[in-house]
Design a protein around this ligand. Structure first.
Ligand SMILES: C[S@@+](CC[C@H](N)C(=O)[O-])C[C@H]1O[C@@H](n2cnc3c(N)ncnc32)[C@H](O)[C@@H]1O
Length: 290
């Protein structure tokens, strides 16, 4: 099931670094369609020691077959889930966070993530959340919009795009928004001119960087001694946060409680990127609790 909907990224490297063994416990903070989880479960054969988290209702539905085998499935943001697990005294041998959106998000027009397909300005990973892309696009001030495009999209033309959006309000669909952005961008760039802006708005809608920053310290604490945490990021803003947080606890110090398993991020090889273009920007970092 999972293999056809969403190909798990860097699966071989994740398995090598986490080294799942029979009877190990596993926490998947972004379980999605369960691709990584299934591969880990094949090794651990311990469904009752596995917890899968996702904030997307569609993913939670897709994870039902795990639940019926005795796996715990939590419909929550990973910050909230991690807080609950920590206060319940749970600890894990392996933790995985495979950040960002899934291919299903990008391929389903009604979710509003894709600029090439007409859909509502939504972009919420958690369909229960209040803030959606339409609210940001149609009600935020020009300065706020510019800040989002600049910070979360590293968009050099943030000011021009923000002004164009404000002039064109109200906007209702993804393709309308993409056309407004394309209208003020130079022609002939390699990537679609709305790529950075859509990434920025999506990050803001889902508070992606805030959740990550606040959750990493919780994940460190959720590890058993000897346990390993693997994080896969998809853009430099995420990777920078992971790299810094890892360096803070697993620096080259005699008294550090954690150690880096990957000195440099692991990236996909050519074979993987041919079959799974999403893997192109993936970076895997792993650390271990001593
Ligand atoms: C890249 S996909 C994961 C795919 C999964 N590893 C697999 O093999 O099928 C990322 C998933 O993480 C979820 N997600 C992203 N941020 C989240 C957060 N802060 N809390 C919970 N789930 C999140 C998304 O809804 C999405 O389903």
């Amino acid at each position: 099931m999972s293999q056809t909907i969403h190909k798990p990224v860097l699966l071989g490297a994740v398995l090598t670094c986490l080294a799942p063994a029979k009877g190990n416990s596993y926490l998947d903070l972004t379980a999605g369609y369960g691709g990584h989880a299934q591969a880990v479960l094949d090794h651990t054969q311990a469904p009752s020691l596995m917890t899968l988290v996702d904030r997307d209702e569609t993913a939670i539905t897709a994870l039902k077959p795990f639940e019926s085998q005795g796996v715990t499935v939590l419909h929550a943001g990973f910050e909230e889930a991690s807080t609950t697990l920590l206060s319940g005294g749970e600890r894990f041998d392996m933790i995985l966070a495979d950040l960002g959106v899934s291919s299903l998000h990008l391929d389903t027009s009604s979710r509003g993530f894709a600029f090439r397909m007409t859909g509502p300005l939504d972009m919420r990973m958690d369909q229960r959340a209040e803030l959606d892309a339409a609210t940001i696009v149609n009600t935020y001030s020009q300065a706020e919009l510019e800040g989002i495009l600049h910070r979360y999209g590293e968009e050099p033309r943030a000011r021009t795009i923000a002004a164009a959006i404000v002039r064109s309000r109200p906007l209702t669909t993804t393709t309308e928004l993409a056309a407004v952005i394309a209208g003020v961008m130079p022609r002939g760039s390699k990537v679609h001119p709305a790529t950075r802006s859509f990434q920025a708005i999506r990050i803001a809608v889902n508070d992606e960087l805030g959740q990550l920053e606040r959750s990493l310290p919780l994940w460190f604490q959720l590890l058993q001694p000897g346990g390993r945490l693997a994080v896969i990021s998809f853009h430099s803003l995420e990777d920078r946060i992971v790299k810094r947080a890892f360096a803070d606890v697993a620096g080259d110090r005699y008294d550090a409680d954690y150690q880096l398993i990957t000195k440099r991020p692991v990236v996909a090889d050519d074979t993987e990127t041919v079959f799974n273009p999403r893997a192109r920007s993936a970076k895997l970092r792993v650390l271990q609790r001593k």
